[in-house]
Write a protein that binds this ligand. Structure first.
Ligand code: HXC
Length: 520
């Protein structure tokens, strides 16, 4: 009897401690969190994970610091909830920072908890989903906090390319803390309640005299349009979590797994008669490449990544006959689909993600070339364009290209051409494959004839027509086998599915090396 009571007392103590840990920073701070339009760390996990699937780890961990009165604020869990569970039946590890506990600040135990789940995720080949909402390094724990961050950065780097890492930014993320999400594969920010910057507005004002709000300096809109740090923007916490769930439908749990297959009722041989007429007769007239992507995709679904950044190139995921596919497409609607610094970097990073995680690549090409000009040259278009070229060259996943219209100059080579290991290179009859457009070409090779002509304008038109007739088509490239086939656009979906199916067991390797030296 006495023995049972003793055991009950022990169980009671355990339950009390666990209950205490669940309360985080307490009722008032939870209310304050809600007033800011944010959910708590645990509410976010409830939404993310399948019901009843979460197992918490290190719930009873706490700091051991006495610095600056910290011994009076010991909260079980130390400001971060960590553990594992399922998202739509896929096993993941996760951490969720609790802003109600010391502002979600990160120090020894908080950092150790995150490192622990990251190490386990890496060993077991499971994705890590990090929910960030933190005032950064816990000031009171000093250099130990900095060390804890560095421990996380190392794990982020070791896990890169082995397991997918997704960062949700749902509050502040400042100082060196930003470098953890920055190393991960995808960053999702929430509008109005999240921000990321290396140096906050106050320091910025002192150093550069710029007066900026946190939103102006590093809010979701800035990072999704100007810096490209954020891959997705959500209206609120709920929408951000839905993006994670959607993303996980396209990516495997680790780099040894195949990309996930998703059953579809969308017929494999569905034709797309509208695609036959989508490319305007006038080469200077745009059309929306996203309509092409959605038309060929299973059920018209396209998860676009970096939707508002470098819009002249479009990247994202679709399923094709159930297979998960990464799409890269020039966008004629924006800057005629030209490749510039941002577009090159954006696409290169996406290609490398897909290649690291066995996701085949589909390229839709309609590109007038690389963007000329001082701004681009000074901005490093040589190095940035080389990143894109390098990414395509080193990618060993199945690669299929469809040239819908323009494939001019170096951009022809770069956009997954046959020469850089494109497995299938297709063209629509509307394709124009040449060193450059007619106008530029005439000025170089027929300058003398034009200058000597009685009517220069008529001569230009005559030569341009002749050039277009001879070069602005896919037939010369096809005659050399650089293009494997030219087909009617209406059959694109079926041709792509058949071809990707054929490439299912493709094996291709790069020479053994420690790592390449991509022109960063
Ligand atoms: C300890 C912190 C903290 C921190 C916030 N808190 N940040 N405690 N270390 N870094 C505490 C606050 O003292 C407060 O405690 C509670 O969290 C909530 O913070 P508030 O300031 O009341 O909230 P809010 O007004 O919403 O402002 C949030 C904030 C602000 C903008 C994040 O707290 C802030 O500026 N914090 C400092 C940010 C920062 O400079 N961090 C270091 C970045 S450098 P009480 O008990 O009063 O409620 C860095 C280096 C990483 O992180 C290095 C990696 C290499």
């Amino acid at each position: 009897m006495e023995n049972n009571r003793e055991i009950e007392r022990k169980i009671e103590l355990l339950n009390k401690k666990k209950d205490e840990a669940q309360q985080g920073g307490g009722k008032d701070r939870i209310e304050a969190q809600h007033k800011r339009g944010k959910l708590t760390a645990r509410e976010r996990l409830d939404l993310l994970l399948d019901k009843g699937s979460f197992t918490e780890m290190d719930m009873l961990a706490h700091h051991h610091s006495t610095s600056f009165g910290l011994d009076k604020t010991v909260v079980l869990g130390d400001g971060v909830v960590t553990g594992y569970g399922n998202v739509n039946s896929k096993s993941i590890f996760t951490f969720s920072q609790d802003f109600t506990v010391l502002g979600g600040s990160l120090a020894e135990q908080h950092g150790r908890k995150i490192v622990k789940i990251m190490e386990m995720a890496l060993k077991n080949g499971m994705p890590v989903i990090g929910i960030n909402d933190s005032g950064g390094a816990r000031v009171q724990e000093g250099v130990i906090s900095l060390g804890a961050y560095a421990d996380i950065f190392l794990q982020n780097t070791l896990a890169s390319g082995v397991i997918p890492q997704i960062s949700l930014i749902m509050g502040p993320c400042a100082g060196g803390a930003v470098y953890s999400p920055a190393i991960t594969d995808f960053v999702i920010m929430v509008k109005d309640t999240s921000y990321m910057f290396v140096t906050g507005p106050k320091v910025v004002k002192t150093v550069t005299h710029e007066d900026l709000t946190p939103e102006e300096l590093g809010g979701a809109s800035i990072h999704s349009t100007k810096s490209g740090v954020a891959h997705f923007v959500a209206e609120n916490d709920l929408e951000a979590i839905d993006i994670v769930k959607n993303l996980l439908e396209y990516i495997p749990s680790n780099n040894a797994e195949s990309a996930p297959f998703k059953e579809t009722a969308d017929p494999i041989d569905r034709e797309s008669p509208d695609l036959n007429y989508i490319v305007p007769a006038n080469p200077n007239q745009p059309y929306d490449i996203k309509n092409v992507i959605k038309e060929v995709a299973d059920d018209g679904e396209f998860l676009e990544v970096h939707q508002d950044y470098a819009e002249n190139i479009v990247v994202g995921f679709i399923h094709l006959g159930g297979m998960s596919i990464g799409v890269v497409a020039n966008q004629p609607m924006i800057l005629a689909g030209v490749l510039d610094n941002e577009a090159s970097r954006k696409a290169a990073r996406f290609i490398r993600f897909c290649d690291a995680f066995n996701i085949p690549l589909l390229t839709f090409e309609d590109v007038p070339g690389f963007m000329p000009g001082r701004e681009q040259e000074w901005g490093g278009i040589i190095a940035n364009g080389a990143k894109l070229l390098y990414a395509y060259c080193e990618a060993t996943v199945p690669k299929i290209t469809v040239i819908t219209r323009k494939a001019y100059g170096g951009a022809y080579d770069v956009m997954s051409s046959k020469h850089i290991r494109g497995d299938f290179n297709f063209a629509w009859p509307t394709a124009e494959i040449a060193v450059m457009g007619a106008k530029g070409a005439i000025e170089i090779i027929f300058k003398k004839q034009v200058d000597e002509a009685d009517n220069k304008v008529d001569k230009m038109i005559e030569l341009e027509d002749e050039y277009n007739e001879r070069f602005a088509n896919p037939y010369i490239a096809a005659s050399y086998g650089y293009i494997d086939d030219i087909f009617e656009p209406t059959f694109t979906r079926q041709r792509l599915i058949d071809s990707f199916n054929l490439l299912k067991n493709k094996v291709d390797n790069n020479p053994p090396k420690k790592h390449g030296n991509i022109p960063l």
